[in-house]
Design a protein around this ligand. Structure first.
Ligand code: PFF
Length: 455
């Protein structure tokens, strides 16, 4: 076996890890959740979730990966030999495989929209709902786009950590941020900008209900790629002088900024067209927005062209940096556990995810009525079981593992880089206390509530 790869620079680490976090969750799911949960009030709860739960839990995941410098299943085995904790590693790999399968379907849609925008097909569409439904329910086209997406992911993964993941993230993430800023500036000059900004900034606390809190927490987990081993895998490539807490705070900060900025792109646009609604649900980005781009820019088609193209390219890039991270988690495991080279290991994951993603694509078309999983098809079931079960349960186990099972000394050594960083002892104690009690109880309550037991 060749020597294990690692990220070469600190900026590379932050950009690659933020790349995992920043994705369709920020630009597609966050505005949908904000729109359907009442705007600013939801954002405040969301911010509380990412700051209070997100930073410590991300740091906990980093500790597991950086301590062991190995894949997620082996990491648990090394830290707790002969004990069943490693099963969480397997659950995490199952979870990312299922997420990657349905995520690459939506990623495929973004690729289709970017292509259609580039070829000016998008600006000629008059009924955007029919356009989307015809496309998503067809047999071959969505499948081809998601397979292309997975193959691009594969090609990056195959190049390894520094030459693949790190170097692509260092190019893609800055481009993504620049596109966002251009789009925010454009959106703020639209006629409905003021109403859109008010929707984002003026909270109506009456709108905060139990459901809103649950949605905010679920969104925080998904958006930060938390609890399923992806971040531990990246951290296994961190060098020993990386400040884990600070890195987690930077990644959470970047991820949250991108989510909020995408709100500042989408809602000013939504309020610029009479009749468009912020709570349009999942169709917001694929049905409502293209319609808005065509209407708002009807007198200036060139501007509409640029806006639409940039927006969908932004989604493609964001999705790509996330699919890479999901793919890497399983590739690293196959590579190290079965001692095969990276190319072979990556191919295994690519083939599995292509097969599953084809099934997810078909559940919008020919397999629409095939709903064997409690009335759900493949796409909805994969989404449901990962978000409602595997992520929260793995989250609780992660906290319990780092809080209770790891020795305090190990946690402190990782937080302080074996004493070379000056982090006061009370901060370390608070961190451990939080993981032992507060985080598992909070997630546990939310999980039980999500199952509908109290409803
Ligand atoms: N955080 C990604 C997003 O917001 O789109 C999605 C994701 C990536 C979830 C990696 C889980 C994961 F392991």
């Amino acid at each position: 076996m060749t020597e294990r790869g690692s990220f070469a620079s600190k900026i590379g680490i932050i950009l690659a890890t933020a790349g995992s976090a920043v994705g369709l969750g920020n630009i597609w799911r966050f505005p949908v959740e904000t729109g359907t949960n009442g705007g600013a009030a939801f954002i405040i709860i969301y911010l509380a979730c990412v700051l209070i739960l997100g930073i410590p839990m991300m740091t906990a995941e980093f500790i597991i990966g950086r301590r062991t410098h190995t894949n997620i299943a082996t990491a648990y085995k090394q830290l707790a030999p002969g004990e069943p904790w490693f099963l969480t590693g397997y659950a995490g790999m199952l979870c990312v495989t299922l997420i990657l399968s349905y995520y690459s379907v939506v990623a495929g849609w973004t690729l289709k929209y970017a292509m259609s925008s580039a070829l000016t097909e998008m600006s000629a569409v008059s009924d955007t709902a029919a356009f989307f439904n015809d496309f998503a329910s067809s047999t071959w086209a969505p499948m081809c786009y998601s397979v292309v997406f997975l193959v691009i992911t594969h090609l990056i993964i195959e190049r390894g950590i520094e030459r693949g993941i790190e170097s692509f993230s260092k190019v893609l993430m800055p481009i993504l941020l620049v596109i966002m800023i251009v789009l925010v500036a454009g959106a703020l000059s639209m006629p409905g900008a003021k109403t859109g900004v008010e929707f984002l900034l003026k909270p109506d606390f009456g709108k905060i209900t139990g459901d809103v809190v649950l949605s905010a927490l679920g969104q925080a987990f998904f958006s930060l790629s938390l609890a399923i081993g992806c971040l531990s895998t990246y951290a296994s490539y961190f060098k020993n002088d990386v400040n884990l807490g600070q890195t987690a705070a930077s990644v959470v900060g970047l991820d949250t900024s991108v989510a909020i900025l995408s709100g500042f792109i989408i809602f000013p646009a939504v309020f610029s067209v009479a009749g468009a609604s912020p709570d349009a649900g999942p169709g917001l980005v694929f049905i409502t927005l293209p319609n808005i781009f065509n209407n708002v820019f009807s007198g200036m088609p060139a501007l509409g062209y640029v806006f639409s193209l940039l927006f969908y390219v932004l989604l493609v890039l964001a999705a790509l940096t996330s699919t890479i991270s999901m793919h890497e988690e399983v590739t690293a495991f196959v590579h190290e556990r079965y001692q095969v080279n990276r190319l072979r290991a990556a191919s295994v994951m690519t083939v599995i995810s292509i097969v599953l993603s084809v099934l997810c694509c078909l559940s919008f078309g020919p397999l629409k009525d095939f709903t064997p999983f409690f009335g759900m098809g493949f796409f909805d079931f994969f989404n449901y079981v990962t978000a409602k079960f595997i992520m929260p349960i793995s989250g609780i186990i992660l906290c319990l593992f780092v809080g209770w099972r790891l020795k305090r000394q190990v946690v402190v050594e990782e937080l302080t880089n074996r004493g070379s960083l000056h982090i006061p002892a009370w901060v370390c104690s608070l961190f451990i206390f939080f993981l032992r009690w507060m985080a598992p109880i909070a997630i546990g309550l939310i999980f039980v509530n999500e199952l509908g037991i109290w409803k």
